[in-house]
Design a protein around this ligand. Structure first.
Ligand code: HEC
Length: 100
């Protein structure tokens, strides 16, 4: 019983550590990776990009001012605070190292 309790507590603790991740990150990870390293051909790396730039790009996809059907479908009708969380998250990730 005690082991089960400990396991549950450890699980809860590790989940709260993940709470800093944006709620909508799962929608993006398939293509941009959780840490902003692109997972599919044609998707850009986002890690370490400026938060302002990312936020503005996301607004443009959402509002249809930047046309890329794949991103427009992925972003959907998100709120400003969701955009902000996503932009911050990706801007805080370590960027890809330049190829030698
Ligand atoms: C199905 C794959 C896919 C998914 C899912 C996806 N993206 Fe993208 N994303 C792309 C592609 C492809 C581009 C390049 C589109 C273009 O040419 O504008 C892109 C571009 C972007 C850009 C612009 C980057 C730049 O340098 O201008 C941002 C920011 C971005 N995505 C964020 C997100 C976020 C945040 C999510 C989750 C809500 C997400 N993407 C989900 C494929 C995806």
């Amino acid at each position: 019983m005690r082991i089960v309790l400990t396991a549950v507590l450890v699980l809860l603790a590790s989940q709260s550590a993940f709470a800093a991740k944006p709620a909508r990150l799962g929608l993006c990870a398939a293509c941009h990776g959780e840490t902003g390293i692109a997972q599919i051909p044609g998707a850009p790396h986002l890690a370490g990009q400026k938060a302002d730039y990312l936020r503005e790009a996301l607004r443009q996809y959402r509002d249809g001012r930047r046309k890329a059907p794949i991103m427009q479908a992925a972003i959907g009708p998100v709120s400003e605070s969701d955009l902000d969380e996503l932009a911050r998250w990706y801007s805080e990730q370590a960027p890809v190292k330049a190829q030698p």
